[in-house]
Design a protein around this ligand. Structure first.
Ligand code: AMP
Ligand code: TRP
Length: 345
C-alpha cells in the first residue's frame, strides 16, 4: 500500500559509502518503500559543493545507485535517479535562494563543519546547500523525509522555507515536511573514536565499515575497533525506556556504539543485546558482531560489485527514474512559477 504519503531522500555521491549511511538511511529507504510513494535521489548537485573529479563523480554516482538497488530498493516501484538530470531541482533552488534568509543559513552546523577554518574559501554552493535540499524535497511536495540524525537541522530549514514561501505569496502550497529519523542507528559513530560520527571523509579506513568490505576486512575492522577494558554493559546500564543511560553513553561511547550497530544489524532491541552479551568480554562480542555484519552486509556488497560491473543496467535505471521524477516535479515547478509571477507564455 502506498497511502501514507510521498517520501523523498538523497545520498551524496562522494565515495566511501559506509555502515552509517546504510543503517541510518538506506535500510529505512528499503522498508518504507512499501508504505509510501518513494523517490530516492543520488544528489550530484550537492556533491559538487566541494571539488569532485569528474571521472570519480561518475563512478560514485553509479556506486550509490548500485547500493540502492543492492540494498533492496525496487526501481519499478520506487524512483531512483540522479539529481542533475531533473532540472526542477536547480530551478526551484534559485527561487528558494530568494526565500531563505542569510541568518538561517548562518546557523547551519554542517556548513561550519565542512567549511572548517578556511570559510572564505568555501564555495557559495556549500553555503546555499540547504536551500537546494529544500528544493529537492519540495519539488515533489514530499510529506516525509527519512534521514540520519545529522540532517535534522536541514529539515527544519526546509519547513521554514516552505512556511515563508506560503506566507510571502499568501498560499497554502508547500507541505511542512516531516523527518523520519528511525531505528536504533540514527547516528553511527566512528570505530576509532566514539565521539565522532562515522563519515565518508575520515582519513582512516578503520574508522568506518564500507558497504563493499568483504569478510576479511569486516573481521579486521571490528577486531581493531576501539573499546574499553570493561566487559559488555549489562541490564543495569539501561534506563526506564530500556535504552542505555546518558551516563554510560558519555563514559563508554565506543562500547555503546558497537551495541547499537549489533542491535540494528541483528534486528533486535538494545535490551535483547545487553541481556544476551552483558558481562561478556568485548573480544567475544566482537566475534558475534563480525558474524552478523558478514551475514547482513556480505550479500549487499557482492550485489553492489556485480551491479557496478554492469554500467548499462545502472544507467538505464537512472534514466527511467529521471523521466518519472521529472513527470512529477515539472508540473509542480510550473505551479510555483505561476505563484511567483513568472510569465509562462
Ligand atoms: P550523506 O553521505 O551525507 O549524503 O548522507 C546520506 C544519508 O546517510 C543521510 O540520511 C545521513 O543522515 C545518513 N548518515 C550519514 N552518516 C551517518 C551516520 N554516521 N550515522 C547515521 N546516519 C548517517
Ligand atoms: N544533505 C543530505 C546529506 O548530506 C543529502 C540530501 C540532499 C538529502 N538532498 C536531500 C537528504 C533531500 C534528504 C532529502 O546526507
Amino acid at each position: 500500500m502506498t497511502n501514507k504519503g510521498r517520501i523523498f531522500s538523497g545520498v551524496q555521491p562522494t565515495g566511501n559509502l559506509h555502515l552509517g549511511n546504510y543503517l541510518g538511511a538506506i535500510r529505512n529507504f528499503v522498508n518504507l518503500q512499501h508504505d509510501y510513494e518513494a523517490i530516492y535521489c543520488v544528489v550530484d548537485l550537492h556533491a559538487i559543493t566541494v571539488w569532485q573529479d569528474p571521472k570519480v563523480l561518475r563512478a560514485n554516482t553509479r556506486e550509490i545507485a548500485a547500493a540502492f538497488l543492492a540494498a533492496g530498493i525496487d526501481p519499478t516501484k520506487s524512483i531512483i535517479f540522479n539529481q542533475s538530470q531533473v532540472s526542477a531541482h536547480a530551478n526551484l533552488a534559485w527561487i528558494f535562494n530568494c526565500v531563505s534568509r542569510l541568518g538561517w543559513l548562518n546557523r547551519m552546523t554542517q556548513f561550519k563543519d565542512k567549511a572548517g577554518k578556511n570559510r572564505e574559501n568555501a564555495s557559495t554552493g556549500l553555503y546555499a546547500y540547504p536551500n537546494l535540499m529544500a528544493a529537492d524535497i519540495l519539488a515533489y511536495k514530499a510529506t516525509h523525509v527519512p534521514v540520519g540524525e545529522d540532517q535534522k537541522q536541514h529539515l527544519e530549514l526546509t519547513r521554514d522555507i516552505a512556511q515563508k514561501f506560503n506566507n510571502d505569496f499568501g498560499v497554502d502550497y508547500f507541505p511542512l515536511t516531516e523527518p523520519l529519523i528511525l531505528g536504533t542507528s540514527t547516528r553511527v559513530m566512528s570505530l576509532r573514536d566514539g565521539t565522532k560520527k562515522m563519515s565518508k571523509s575520515d582519513p582512516s579506513e578503520y574508522s568506518r565499515i564500507s558497504l563493499m568490505d568483504g569478510p576479511d576486512e569486516l573481521q579486521q575492522k571490528v577486531r581493531k575497533a576501539k573499546t574499553d577494558p570493561l566487559p559488555v554493559p549489562d541490564l543495569e546500564a539501561l534506563d526506564d525506556k530500556r535504552e542505555i543511560t546518558a551516563d554510560v553513553k558519555a563514559e563508554r561511547p565506543e562500547a555503546v556504539n558497537l551495541i547499537g550497530i549489533f542491535s540494528t544489524l541483528a534486528n533486535q532491541t538494545t535490551e535483547e543485546t545487553v541481556k544476551e552479551y552483558g558481562g561478556q568480554p568485548f573480544s567475544d562480542f566482537k566475534k558475534a558482531l563480525t558474524d552478523v555484519a558478514v551475514e547482513r552486509l556480505g550479500p549487499i556488497g557482492t550485489e553492489m560489485k556485480r551491479l557496478m560491473a554492469d554500467e548499462g543496467h545502472v544507467d538505464a535505471v537512472l534514466k527511467d527514474g529521471a523521466e518519472r521524477a521529472a513527470a512529477i516535479a515539472e508540473p509542480i515547478l510550473n505551479e510555483v512559477q505561476d505563484i511567483v509571477g513568472f510569465l509562462r507564455p
